[in-house]
Write a protein that binds this ligand. Sequence first.
Ligand code: ATP
Ligand code: TZE
Length: 808
Amino acid sequence: MDFMANGLLALGASPAMVHAVEELEQAISVVADLHGAVSINIGTLDPKWIESFKFAARTCKAKGVPWVLDPVAAGFTSLRTTTATELLDIGGCSVLRGNASEIMAVAGTTGDAKGVDSTKGSDAALKAAKGLAAKYKCVVCISGALDFVVTPSGQVSSCAHGVEMLTKITAAGCLVSSIIAAFLAAKPRDFSDAEAALYAFIYFGICSEAASQNSQGPGSLRLNLIDQLYNFDLEQLGLCQTGVLVASARSADGRTLPLVCRWLRRIGSHTVEIPGISSSMYHASADDVGMQIICLAEVEQHRSAMGIAQSCIGPFELDPITRMSLENIVSSGASRFPVRHFRDQNDPHPRDLQIHVTQDHVKVVHPGAERGSNEVLAPYSADFPKVIIHPTDTCKFRLELSEEQDKVFHFVALSRTSRDLIALLIRTFHARQYVATSFVLSRLYQDPARPGAPLTTTLVQDFDLQRLADRLGKELDRTVGQLEAVERVVRTSNNEKRELQAQLSETIGSYTEAIEQLHQQLAPAAKGGVAAALQLQIHDGRALHSKLQLELQELRQRLDEEQRGTGPDGTDGPAAQMRARTIEAYRAEIAKLRAQISALAGSEKQHSERDSTRAEELRRLRGDVDSLSREKEGLERMVAEGAKSKDDLIENFLYAKGCLDKLQLACIEKSPACSPEHERQVAQLRETYNQVVDERNRLMIRVEALDKDREKQKQFRESTLEKATQANARLLEERDKLEKEKARVSTLYQQTMAMLAHSAASADYEAEDEAVLQALREEVAKKRELVQKKEQEGESLRQRLKKLAMAG
Ligand SMILES: Nc1ncnc2c1ncn2[C@@H]1O[C@H](COP(=O)(O)OP(=O)(O)OP(=O)(O)O)[C@@H](O)[C@H]1O
Ligand SMILES: Cc1ncsc1CCO
């Protein structure tokens, strides 16, 4: 509070910190009388404070006093979020200002507030701000490295001024909110709340930049900032196009000497006279941006005697506020300006028109007229459209859409800023299309008086390169910030696109699957698919319908006859005969139903017979599987035995071979003196060896055959097992189906039995004519209902069929 009050005092406002409900009414009345504004800051809150916030909001609304809401730390606790929302719900808020987390929390999206500080970049809250601005019809500002101002219609302007060190000073944001309130109170009537808020940000941001120049940390920044708010002076930042230049002269005795002046523009060493001015006063305008102004003054009465005084001032800059607006409009690509049109100098009935400036054309429009009916449009050409600023009037200008006279307009803008904006905007868009960057650069870095020659040293001195670099740096930062924001949006959109594509392909997949299923069901109608079943149901429905219709007719006939009564002689009249016939008919029906029931029972028996056959088959298959397993075990045993005897044989063979080798060795050693006994032994051994080899080969062949056999058996067994498992699954499935069928049949059976009992009971009560009649009537009604239901079912089935056929 101390910082806010001191900041406001420093910039020239008159703050009063009020919170007791008892004095609020009176305090706000005073503010209303002074055309002031109120800032409601929920920084310190308890139930009493909350009551006074609400009281203040209600009172401001009632008295038409503009109020600003600072939802300090909304999102940090729910009490803060709710309090902010409840205050906005009261209505009448002019500007809501918070950091990104606070704005998102008030809008109901997660802001992740870290206490009173934001954890988000200000652009993260743009969507939330637009929503709140539209909902509460107020301006919503998001502060941060880039400050955003959002209007209820969703227009966004931004301010890049400020220093990061401000985040290390508590209540910097609160001070901005209170400055916005001060600007709301001080703004001229034709400025909007959004403009007041934007200028407050620019003002605060520029002061903080200047303050940071000689600050060592947050402490001195805080002090210097208050000093800067106090000393704010645009002139110290450079000469602006909004200034007025006055030439004056006094005589030696102090008298003011009337002057005749000539005014010239100079860029570098190149000078051009400004036509049409001879007075001692000159209003700088958009035409002077980047120029120096030279004044040549002579004393009116002594023109030749006293000589000519010359002074030079500049270069002039665009004032920060116009510059900011221009940047915003240029980046949005278009804007509209209300202007007053004078047909000639003394036109007594000027018209209110609008100029639409876009990057492709300039259009003069009659605002009330139908679209296109009353407008003049000019796309950019090499020489047109152009704006000629009036040399002495600050709001007048001439707009030339082409050289034709009816396309030259004499306008008066709403304000000096508005006129400068129109001129600069048209020139910027024109330059974009008609002046190549290389041309601009060559003009900037050469002496315009001597085309082609490089800049002279004096010219370099005239350029404040430091300032130029600062400006370009800031512009670059801003553009990079915007680029990042755009990239973020593109990234999110791409992610969303990917998600949507995935969802879409999933949906398409499931639809395709469903369609294929329907196809499958529809195609084999003959095999009893869904379509066939539906057709059958329709057919059954129709048959039942006509049967029931017949019964209905019959019953109606009987009823008529019943109503005609018995014969006059009390004997068995036609009615009695009819009753007898009815009973007869009922008996026949009962018999028919009994037959149906026994048929159903019969089919149940058939089912169970089928069931037992299947069970039998299952048992047999299981037996097969078991015997196959046993066979497999036997085979495995055989293989093991074969392998063992093979091992034995190999051992024998090795042994015999060893002996033979030994003998051969012995033979070689004693070769010439070999005894016949020896030779015999060798021959014997050789024979044994050959036998063993033969035996081995035989056994090898057997083992191989056994292996092959075993492999074949294994494959056969596996396929049999597979078949058995499939058959088993099929059987189980069939059994499930049959069980369901059985359940259905038994319900049908029970229903039929119940009907039968009912029919029999009705037949027994022949004497009670009225009751019988009633029962018959009810039955007729029921049957009618049944018929209707069946008809409806039939219809809906037909519709489904049609749809399925179409989907196919
Ligand atoms: N990162 C930054 N770089 C430059 N300037 C900044 C930065 N962050 C904030 N500012 C400046 O500080 C001003 C206050 O904004 P900030 O978002 O810090 O308010 P706040 O979080 O509500 O502050 P507090 O809770 O302390 O009152 C902004 O208008 C802007 O000028
Ligand atoms: C730190 C703090 N806590 C409540 S208000 C406030 C000032 C910054 O908004």
